[in-house]
Design a protein around this ligand. Structure first.
Ligand code: C2O
Ligand code: CU
Length: 681
C-alpha cells in the first residue's frame, strides 16, 4: 500500500508538472510576435513598456501572430490544463495525507517543500494567469500578459522542482537544497516575466545566467563533497580534529579486537586458498570462477566450543580478497572487511582468522573486498557450527544457492540432484541464499518445520505445507523434514533445472502440482516466549531511510542507493557505546528490496509496518526491507568494534548503500584505497 501510494504520488506530481508546462508553453505561443519594427506589438501583452526600444529583447523577426480563433481555442485549452494540474495537485495532497500515516520519511520532502511550493504556484496561476487566460478565451484581450505567463512558467518550474524534490533530493529535504530549488522556481518566473515584458536584453541574459550559475554551483558543491577524502569511519575521527589514526587514550584499535591465539577450545585448523579457477559443473558446463578452493568454497563444519583457525591465502586474485564471517558475531578485528578491519589480502599474501565457535547454527563466509564482484564470481563458502550433541536429524545437508553468470548452483550442483534417504529418516536442510536477490525455495512431498533462521533456533516451529520460503540475499533458513516413501523435493524459483530430491533409492521426485503459493511469514511463525533484549544501559535510536537518488560516488555521477539521502562513505555512522540498547528503524522509499545486513550483531525484530512480531523471537542478521516497508529492530551493543551495516544486494552496497556502526573509542588504522586498494563494498 505504501509503495502504491508513493507511485501514485509520483505519477500525480508528473501529471501536474506536465499540465502546467503545457499550459505555459501554450500561453506563450498565444502571444502575438513583434516584428523587427515593432508594428505588430501588442500592448496587452506587455505590462511594462520598455524604455529604450533599441535595447529591447526582440524575438524571431518573422514569426506570424496566431489567428484570433486559434488564440481563443488555445486559451481555453491552457485554462483546462491549469485546471487539470490543480485537480491532480489535490490528488498529491491526498496521497501525502495517506502516506503520512506510514511515516514521516515517506512525505517529508513533500510536506516541507513540494506541496507548499506547488500550492503557492497554483494560487498564483489562478489569481494572475486565470483572468488573463479567460479574457483571451472570450476574445476580450488578444493574449495573456507577461505577468500571467510568468505565473504559468513559475508553476511549471514549481512542478518540476516538486519532482526533483522527490527523486533527486529525497529524504531528508534540508534547508539549502530547498532554498536552491525555490530560487530556481522564482528565477524561472522572473525570467519569463522579463522576456514577456520586453525588458532589456541584459536583464534577460543576466537572469538566465544566474539560473545556470545556481545549477552549476549546486552540482559542483555536490561533486566536490563526494570527491573529498571521506572521514575515517571510526567515531573518534568523525569531527575531523582527532588527529592521526591511533587509539585515543582509553580507546582501542580494531587490530586489538581479535580472538586470542590461546583462547580455550579444540583447535580446528583450515587453510583456504583464493584463486581463479575453471570449474566444470555437473551439467558439463565450464565456468570461470574465483574460489576459495572449490565452488562453493569448502564447508567449515565445527562444533560449539571449538577454536577455529582459518588461514587465507591469495594465489592470483589481483583485486585482493578477505573472509567475512557472515552472521557470525566475531570480534571486530576478525570481521574481514577490507579497509575497515584489515587490509585486503593481495596475491602472495595470507591472513589468519580465529573464531571462538560459541554459537551454533548455519552461517556462510565470503570476501569483503570488492565484494559484489568477488562473491558473485564464487568467493564464498559455508560455516556450520553444531551443538556438542549434534542435531536431532539423521541427515544434515548444507544447501547454498548461488548464481554465477547464467548457471544456478543449488548445493554443489547445477542439475537435478538426488540423495538416497530411507523413508522415515529426518533431514535438516540448511538453505543459504548467497545471491543478490531474494529467492523462493519450496519443499514438496511432506510437511516440514523451519527450525532456525540466520543461525538462531526458532521457538515452537509448527509444520508447514504448500508454502514457499523466501530467503533474503545473505539469509539462511534451516528446515527439518521427515522423508516419506515418496520422497521430498527442494526446488527454487532461481532455476528450472537445479533441484534436490531426497528419496529412498535416490530417485528424482517430481515437482508437486499445484506449486506452493504464498510465503511463510516468520513474523508470525512459532511461539512467542516473551524473550526480549536484556535491559541495556542507555538507548540509541537510529533511522535508516533507503532510497535511490542521483548522487556522486567518489566523484563519478551515479544513480546511487542512498541511506538518509547520502551514499557511502558519506553516510554518518551510527555511534554507540558498549551496553547501549540500539533501536534501528529502517524505511524503504524505493522500488527495490533491500536485504539489510548488520555486521557483528543479531537484531531482534520488533515490528514490520507497525505490526509487532508475534511468533518466535526472530533474531536475524539480514532482513529484507521491501518497497514501502518499515522495519523496527533492536539489538544490544555488546560487541565493540567498527561494523558495516549495508544492503546485501552487494550491487546496491557498491552503489552507496553501506554505512558503519561504530563504538565510541574504537579506531581503525585501515583506510579505503591505499597500497592494498581496499574496497570494503
Ligand atoms: Cu555478508 Cu558485509 O556482508
Ligand atoms: Cu539494496
Amino acid at each position: 500500500m505504501t509503495a502504491l501510494l508513493l507511485a501514485l504520488d509520483l505519477v500525480s506530481a508528473v501529471v501536474t508538472a506536465g499540465a502546467w508546462i503545457a499550459a505555459a508553453v501554450l500561453a506563450s505561443g498565444l502571444r502575438p510576435r513583434r516584428s523587427p519594427a515593432g508594428s505588430a506589438r501588442d500592448a496587452a501583452a506587455t505590462d511594462v513598456p520598455a524604455p529604450d526600444a533599441a535595447a529591447q529583447y526582440v524575438p524571431a523577426p518573422d514569426a506570424p501572430a496566431p489567428a484570433p480563433g486559434i488564440r481563443r481555442r488555445g486559451a481555453w485549452l491552457a485554462l483546462a490544463l491549469v485546471g487539470v494540474g490543480v485537480a491532480v495537485l489535490v490528488a498529491q495532497l491526498l496521497c501525502t495525507i495517506l502516506l503520512a500515516g506510514d511515516g514521516w520519511w515517506f512525505v517529508q520532502e513533500k510536506v516541507v517543500f513540494a506541496l507548499p511550493v506547488a500550492v503557492a504556484a497554483a494560487i498564483a496561476v489562478i489569481v494572475v494567469a486565470g483572468p488573463e487566460l479567460r479574457g483571451t478565451a472570450r476574445g476580450s484581450r488578444p493574449a495573456p500578459g507577461a505577468r500571467g505567463r510568468a505565473a504559468l512558467v513559475g508553476a511549471a518550474a514549481a512542478g518540476v522542482a516538486g519532482i526533483l524534490a522527490r527523486l533527486v533530493i529525497g529524504y531528508p529535504m534540508e534547508l539549502i537544497p530547498a532554498l536552491v530549488l525555490l530560487a530556481l522556481v522564482l528565477l524561472s518566473a522572473a525570467l519569463a516575466w522579463a522576456v514577456g515584458a520586453g525588458r532589456p536584453k541584459r536583464v534577460v541574459t543576466g537572469l538566465a545566467a544566474f539560473c545556470v550559475l545556481v545549477v552549476v554551483a549546486s552540482v559542483g558543491v555536490a561533486w566536490l563533497g563526494s570527491a573529498a577524502t571521506p572521514a575515517a569511519l571510526s567515531a573518534t575521527h568523525e569531527h575531523g580534529a582527532a588527529g592521526p589514526a591511533e587509539a585515543p587514550p582509553g580507546g582501542v584499535s580494531v587490530t586489538d579486537l581479535r580472538t586470542p591465539a590461546d583462547a580455550p577450545g579444540t583447535r580446528r585448523v583450515f587453510d583456504l586458498t583464493a584463486a581463479q579457477q575453471q570449474v566444470t559443473l555437473d551439467s558439463g558446463r565450464s565456468v570461470s570462477a574465483w574460489t576459495y578452493g572449490s565452488l562453493p568454497g569448502p564447508e567449515l563444519r565445527v562444533s560449539q566450543g571449538d577454536l577455529v583457525e582459518v588461514t587465507l591465502h591469495n594465489t592470483d586474485i589481483d583485486a585482493g580478497v578477505t573472509i567475512h564471517w557472515h552472521g557470525y558475531d566475531v570480534p571486530s578485528g576478525e570481521d574481514g572487511v577490507a579497509g575497515v578491519t584489515q587490509d585486503a589480502v593481495l596475491p602472495g599474501d595470507s591472513f589468519t582468522y580465529r573464531l571462538a565457535a560459541t554459537e551454533t547454527g548455519t552461517y556462510w563466509y565470503h570476501t569483503h573486498q570488492v565484494s559484489a564482484d568477488g562473491v558473485r564470481r564464487g568467493l564464498f563458502g559455508t560455516l556450520v557450527v553444531l551443538p556438542p550433541a549434534g542435531v536431532p536429524e539423521s541427515v544434515d545437508l548444507t544447501v547454498p544457492l548461488h548464481t554465477l553468470g547464467t548457471a544456478v548452483i543449488l548445493g554443489d550442483s547445477d542439475v537435478a540432484s538426488v540423495r538416497d534417504v530411507a523413508a522415515g529418516q529426518s533431514v535438516r536442510l540448511r538453505l543459504i541464499n548467497t545471491d543478490q536477490l531474494p529467492h523462493r525455495f519450496t519443499l514438496d512431498g511432506a510437511p516440514f518445520t523451519v527450525v532456525a533462521a540466520d543461525g538462531r533456533d526458532l521457538v515452537g516451529p509448527t509444520p508447514v505445507t504448500g508454502t514457499a520460503l523466501r530467503i533474503p540475499a545473505g539469509g539462511r533458513l534451516d528446515v527439518s523434514v521427515t522423508v516419506p516413501e515418496s520422497g521430498v523435493r527442494l526446488s527454487t524459483n532461481a532455476s528450472a533445472t537445479a533441484s534436490l530430491s531426497l528419496a529412498p533409492g535416490g530417485a528424482e521426485v517430481p515437482r508437486a502440482v499445484p506449486v506452493a503459493t504464498g510465503d511463510l511469514d516468520l513474523l508470525g511463525y512459532g511461539t512467542a516466549d516473551g524473550q526480549t533484549l536484556p535491559a541495556g544501559d542507555g538507548r540509541v535510536e537510529a533511522t535508516m531511510v533507503l532510497d535511490r537518488n542521483p548522487r556522486f560516488l567518489g566523484g563519478r555521477p551515479a544513480y546511487g542507493y542512498t541511506v538518509n539521502g547520502a551514499v557511502f562513505p558519506h553516510i554518518p555512522s551510527i555511534e554507540v557505546s558498549e551496553g547501549n540498547t540500539v533501536r534501528l528503524t529502517v524505511a524503504n522509499r524505493g522500488l527495490e528490496t533491500h536485504p539489510m545486513h548488520v555486521h557483528g550483531h543479531h537484531v531482534l525484530v520488533i515490528s514490520r509496518n507497525g505490526n509487532p512480531s508475534t511468533g518466535s523471537p526472530l533474531w536475524l542478521d539480514t532482513f529484507d526491507v521491501q518497497p514501502g516497508e518499515v522495519w523496527v529492530v533492536e539489538f544490544t551493543a555488546d560487541n565493540p568494534g567498527i561494523w558495516m551495516d549495508h544492503c546485501h544486494n552487494l550491487d546496491h552496497a557498491a552503489e552507496g548503500m553501506m554505512m558503519a556502526l561504530t563504538y565510541r573509542g574504537v579506531t581503525s588504522p585501515f583506510q579505503q584505497g591505499g597500497t592494498h586498494a581496499n574496497r570494503p563494498e
